[in-house]
Design a protein around this ligand. Sequence first.
Ligand code: HEM
Length: 222
Amino acid sequence: MNHSATHTRDLIFSPAIRIFHWLRALSILVLVITGFYISWPFLVAPETNDIQVQSYIRFAHLVFGFALTAITLVRFYLFFFGKSDIERRSFRDASSVSSWVKNLKSYLWMGHLNKAGVYGPLQFTTYVLISFVALIICITGLVLYANVYHLGMGGMMWDAAGWITAQMGGLAQVRIWHHYLTWVFVIFVLVHVYMAVWSGIRFKHNSVDSIVSGYDYHKKHK
Ligand code: HEM
């Protein structure tokens, strides 16, 4: 059957949005695994210091940590200044009580979910919150970094890092918050993947596929 008779094919995610989505997914995956390893280095035998496992894992954490920091900044920029306003339009739904009610009802199989932008209000609000959590985990990560590397970039950040450390009540607090926030990502990724698959089934259109191909399909209104 030719679906173009019944459905439209719409580009919803630009190549930049898709590339940054998957780079961010990869960075978060590597950072959660290497981060938990840094906090509990179970592969290094206590009686030796002749093993470089911890250094390699810390190195990977820093490389992907700086990658995530760069992506987080670019993604904030693209949200506000990107050519397409398909993400920004969701702000209208997120600030409308009736859109929230429609959204929650549609999740309980009552009625449709008509959106002003590409995301539903609950989805949009969750993404805004996780973007800020990403910003905070990057900032606390950079503060931890500046405390170990006093030259180059670490040195440049030293004054700001010292100020943030003092505001947070000391370096131990910075570390513990960096660790707690890791769990926010673990929970987010589990719910995010579940919801991406579930909403594709519930609302009968592309969801996981569209962050790969960029396209979604919508039923034509007669
Ligand atoms: C999703 C993002 C991230 C996650 C999930 C994550 C997770 C973790 C975890 C669990 C630890 C161990 C904390 C502990 O000792 O209990 C850690 C340590 C650390 N992280 Fe991250 N992190 C992330 C992003 C970053 C970023 C953006 C940077 C900086 C560029 C960074 C730099 C560091 C540093 C320097 C340490 C301390 C390493 C050490 O003490 O040897 N992290 N991270």
